[in-house]
Design a protein. Structure first.
Length: 214
């Protein structure tokens, strides 16, 4: 699936120019990498905002159209306003054909509710990671990596090295060495409210009768 991003060259730079752009409904950005020098760009805020809400936009080779000139890029960073739904800045990196790229790819979990640990063991599934970093050629970049939890028993897990990766895709070295947990099925914790109440305290002994009056 090809995703095209429309942009224009940005001539004016600096804090004041960026502020005026944002007031005009635009987002300042930059394109860097490859053999060409960095280019300052501007993009329509609404179009970029909705694109950033899509998972594929973060893990795909994008076609960046700058004033009619197209090139392949990866989204590398997006900066947001601390409390408004406003994109403040965006970074793209050029993709060079034939060169490996490092990208964080989302994980899609399947068969969690039908695995033995959940269906018959009463366990609870947990997704420890939501994305994982891989390296591959641009043409081999997957939109996501599937994590099949169908064989998990109670108190077992899937680690990064057990993932079935698409052809041409590899975990990057430090992830491969650490082999982090990706998903697990754990025994549910028993809350205090569900524990059996403690045995009631023994009734207090009755007071001794008053001494007989003389």
């Amino acid at each position: 699936m090809e995703i095209e991003v429309i942009a224009a060259k940005r001539e004016l730079q600096g804090t004041g120019a960026s502020r005026r752009l944002r007031h005009a409904g635009k987002v300042p950005g930059i394109v860097y990498g490859g053999e060409a020098g960095p280019i300052q760009i501007e993009l329509d805020h609404n179009a970029l905002y909705h694109a950033l809400r899509k998972e594929a936009f973060h893990a795909s080779v994008l076609t960046l159209n700058v004033d009619g000139a197209k090139e392949s890029v990866l989204l590398r960073d997006s900066q947001w306003h601390p409390y408004k739904q406003q994109v403040l800045h965006v970074d793209f990196q050029r993709v060079v054909k034939g060169q490996m790229i490092h990208v964080k790819v989302p994980l899609h979990f399947v068969n969690a509710e039908t695995c033995p640990g959940v269906k018959t063991g009463g366990g609870k599934p947990h997704h420890i990671l939501t994305e994982i970093e891989v390296q591959c050629l641009p043409r081999d970049l997957p939109e996501f990596i599937e994590v099949d939890m169908g064989n998990l028993e109670v108190d077992t897990a899937i680690h990064a090295n057990e993932l079935v990766l698409p052809k041409g895709v590899e975990l990057i070295a430090h992830i491969h060495a650490e082999d982090p947990t990706v998903a697990s099925v754990n025994t549910p914790k028993v809350s205090a409210a569900t524990e059996e109440p403690e045995a009631a305290a023994a009734p207090a002994e009755s007071a001794e009768p008053d001494a007989a009056k003389e």
